[in-house]
Ligand binder design. Structure first.
Ligand SMILES: Cc1ncc(COP(=O)(O)O)c(C=O)c1O
Length: 369
């Protein structure tokens, strides 16, 4: 079958990877140029000192764009730091879970559970919700969440990459809210100001791996655990404007290009509208298949970014993944804890790829249903 190839505009294939994942082509092209020589300096972006004028400018621009896209004011600090989502899940507990206090965790998926396990090494945690019994296939209603008395903070994961579920709105609490947005930051409009901490590893919606973007309320920084080695202290990192040590320069540079690209596309609300349509193309193929395709997530909990689905037969799933690969659609194999397929369709993933997948799904179901 070659029907999908006609829709492609470049030699690149459709990459449904959950992360690292598809980045905007214009960003990659700019990076290709800047690798050899950025801004006519005669030095490539990877070769400049992190304290020199060129990278300082890159830093400042990335920060300003991030502030603009998130809409946060001066009461929030933006940090671009080394380490991925896991590092910061652990560091948040190190910094903000004092002895004698409890931190609440909503377990809506693997990464939310991992964050809680890391926090267990530093202090007391409380499970405010656990979706394990139904294999994390839904987001809880507010009345299903039971908080501890006066938690130091409440941590949740707004988009569950593996299980394809997403919070429509944050859980309701007066405690400081910490959210892991690794697989959806800047894919939809979001109340960053209303969160004490919003954080994301870069390698899904923001850029390459090795760094994270954190938006932290400044008053919280004053409560950072004073006993930490400086390098693990958010307050110390904020004090040095994310350059306490050598930061992941390339990731920060790429995030800046991606932020600029988001603005050029019309901003986060425009991308949200596109993302909604892109996801609907695939969900329609699932829902219109008369039960041939089965979505993992419950309907009212569905993610726009990650769509795990399967047939009732694991052998059939394998055949579908092989056919998709033959048709220029890669990395559709689902996470081992869910099986089947997973389509990750972040901001930069093209609509034509969603159409190609849906067309193949319809065709495959007609031949095998
Ligand atoms: C929602 C979420 N949080 C955290 C992580 C962990 O990120 P890292 O591999 O950068 O530690 C991931 C990775 O897939 C994720 O999807």
């Amino acid at each position: 079958m070659t029907m999908m190839n006609a829709q492609k505009t470049t030699e690149r294939i459709y990459n449904f990877s959950a992360g690292p994942s598809t980045l905007p082509e214009s960003v990659l092209e700019q990076a290709r140029e800047d690798l050899l020589d950025i801004q006519g300096t005669g030095i490539g972006v990877l070769e400049h000192s992190h304290r020199g004028a060129t990278i300082t400018e890159v830093f400042t621009e990335s920060l300003e764009l991030c502030r603009e896209l998130s809409g946060v004011g001066d009461d929030h600090e933006i940090l671009f730091l080394s380490g991925g989502g896991s590092h910061h899940a652990a560091m948040l507990a190190m910094n903000f879970l004092p002895e004698g206090r409890t931190a609440d965790y909503l377990l809506t998926g693997n990464w939310a559970r991992v964050a809680k396990e890391y926090a267990d090494s530093y202090g007391r945690t409380h499970v405010a919700f656990d979706g394990k019994a139904s294999v994390y296939d839904r987001i809880p209603a507010n009345d299903e969440v039971t908080f501890s008395d006066d938690p130091a903070y409440v941590h949740y994961c707004s988009n569950n990459t593996i299980y394809g579920t997403s919070f429509e709105a944050p859980p309701k609490t007066s405690a400081p809210l910490f959210v892991d947005m690794s697989s959806e930051m800047f894919s939809r409009t979001w109340d960053y100001s209303g969160h004490a901490v919003s954080y994301a590893c870069a390698q899904k919606n923001l850029g390459p791996a090795a760094g994270s973007c954190l938006i932290i309320r400044k008053d919280l920084l004053e409560r950072t655990n004073p006993g930490l080695p400086k390098i693990f202290s958010y307050a110390a990192n904020a004090d040095k404007e994310s350059r306490l040590n050598t930061p992941p320069v390339f990731t920060i540079y790429m995030m800046g290009l991606v932020f600029k690209w988001i603005k050029q596309q019309g901003g986060v609300s425009e991308l949200e509208a596109r993302n909604r349509e892109k996801a609907a193309i695939i969900y329609d193929a699932i829902d219109g298949s008369g039960g041939f395709w089965i979505a993992h997530a419950e309907k009212d909990s569905r993610s726009m970014m990650n769509i795990p689905f399967r047939t009732s037969d694991p052998e059939m799933d394998k055949r579908f993944i092989a056919e998709a690969q033959e048709n220029g659609m890669s990395t559709l194999k689902g996470h081992r804890s869910v099986g089947g397929m997973r389509a990750s369709i972040y901001n930069a993933f093209p609509r034509s790829g969603c159409e190609a997948l849906a067309a193949l799904m319809n065709d495959f179901a007609a031949r095998n249903g």
